[in-house]
Design a protein around this ligand. Structure first.
Ligand code: ZN
Length: 467
């Protein structure tokens, strides 16, 4: 008997605006507790919100990147609940008229994960537990968020991961958020139920606040098993909100799942009703960079493998740099530089995200052309690039004219003849059908020429000589 996994994700993403959503307090991460606050973001009586329009621009960019309809009539609502990290006892959000609806993310299989809505809202503060006490830091309160809500279209852990990775990639490319799950600028809730094929949907549970991809995967795996076991044993499941326990990968009940009614949503009387006109949306659309899917297709058309293209587009700055180098350089050679020497010099994820390397893209493109034209071989290019990455100096510092002169035909033939005479076993093996033996002969030529010979020409010459 198989059991379907029916899963939807709600992802909160912190926008990279400099100031908060309804006041001009900074959003900077890591300030002293309660220093980035004012009466507006604390919701003190008598204070009135002032909408930060940059948050609308960011949310519209996100909507365009995720194939959404941008709604032209938008308003804010109050979601009422009490919790110590929310002193004003309501969160200002968009319940009735969200800014974006009806989008999707396309997975590599072609399946679309539909996005029901993207709405703007404010974040809550943070509780700090220390020495048996709990402290409240309101710096994060009213930092702008967008919440991206999918339909329950996800039917495996792999699809959930791919969706979230693609979401992250798109939002980073359009620069609305750094989407760092480990720093909390991207967090995700999982809605999940299980049913047998052909039967009605099962009871739904929601697992809150996963802050890494692997936690999300573990939470889905655990919950799926829990639901399947309960169904098999005819045990009742209840609709509830659960927490993920990082220590053992389990989930446990937090509270009954709330319905919208529990929050007593009503229109925020203090926030303006906003009309977004076509020109505003068109102007933002004009500033949108090329989206990752399109960039990837371009790379594939230039002959890159799917895997290499994915590794390069994963980081916006890496892909910007690579795309600039491509204008004058050779795509395949450049990709070997990127994924070889360059990625080796910047190993951590954050180094790749920041991508501060000393080699200008034009220099890299020139190096690739020298290799393509056969003036230097791959090995020399690799060595030179390693030096350039360390010093920031031009390739001209490391490659002399005589290095580029290569080897004339007569010398190459003489070297090939020597290689053949000195390696009779390899010649015999090759003639007996062992194709690998040819590599030994080419290697001998490369050693004689100290890497200056062109391996392709050497191979051809050897084949001609031993035919
Ligand atoms: Zn404030």
């Amino acid at each position: 008997m198989t059991y379907n996994l029916v899963c939807g994700l709600e992802t909160h993403v912190e926008l990279s605006t400099k100031t908060k959503i309804f006041c001009s307090c900074p959003t900077a991460f890591g300030s002293d507790p309660n220093t980035n606050v004012c009466p507006k973001c604390l919701g003190e009586p008598g204070s009135l919100p002032l909408v930060n329009m940059a948050t609308f621009i960011y949310a519209i960019k996100a909507g365009l990147a995720l194939n959404c309809k941008i709604n032209q009539e938008v308003s804010f609502d109050r979601k009422n609940y009490t919790y110590p990290d929310l002193p004003k006892a309501y969160q200002t959000t968009q319940f009735i008229q969200p800014i974006c609806t009806n989008g999707y993310i396309k997975l590599n299989s072609g399946k679309k994960i539909r996005i029901n809505r993207i709405h703007l809202e404010e974040d809550a503060g943070k509780l700090i537990h220390s020495g048996g006490n709990t402290y409240i830091d309101c710096n994060r309160g009213a930092v702008p968020l967008i919440e991206i809500v999918t339909e329950p279209d996800i039917s495996s852990i792999e699809e959930a991961r791919e969706y979230l990775e693609k979401l992250q990639l798109n939002l980073r490319h359009v620069q609305v958020s750094d989407c760092k799950m480990e720093e909390g600028s991207m967090r995700c809730d999982v809605n999940l139920s299980v049913n047998r094929p052909g039967e009605p949907l099962g009871v739904r549970s929601e697992i809150k606040n996963m802050n890494s991809l692997s936690f999300m995967e573990k939470a889905i795996a655990y919950e799926y098993e829990r639901h399947v076991t309960a169904i098999k044993n005819n045990e009742p499941l209840v609709q509830e909100t659960r927490r993920f326990n990082e220590a053992d990968g389990s989930t446990s009940a937090m509270r009954d799942k709330e319905d919208a009614n529990d929050y007593r949503y009503f229109k925020d009387p203090d926030s303006p009703y906003i009309i977004i006109d076509d020109i505003f949306i068109e102007d933002i659309a004009k500033t949108m960079p090329m989206l990752p899917e399109k960039i990837k297709n371009n790379y594939l058309e230039m002959g890159l493998s799917e895997q290499d293209a994915d590794l390069i587009i994963k980081y916006k700055k890496v892909s910007d740099y690579f795309s600039s180098a491509l204008v004058t350089g050779d795509p395949k050679i450049l990709s070997t530089y990127m994924l070889g020497e360059i990625f080796r010099s910047i190993e951590t994820e954050s180094q790749k995200e920041d991508f501060n390397i000393l080699v200008p893209y034009a220099e890299l493109a020139e190096l690739s052309n020298l290799q393509k034209e056969g003036k230097i071989n791959a090995q020399m290019a690799k060595k030179t690039l390693a030096e350039m990455l360390k010093s920031g100096k031009s390739w001209k510092e490391y490659i002399s004219k005589s290095d580029m002169e290569g080897i004339d035909e007569g010398t190459l033939i003489a070297m090939c003849k020597t290689a053949i005479t000195e390696n009779p076993m390899a010649v015999a093996d090759f003639k007996a059908g062992k194709d690998k033996a040819l590599k030994a002969l080419i290697g001998a030529v490369m050693r004689q020429s100290r890497g200056k010979a062109n391996a392709v020409q050497a191979e051809q010459t050897i084949l001609d000589l031993i035919k």
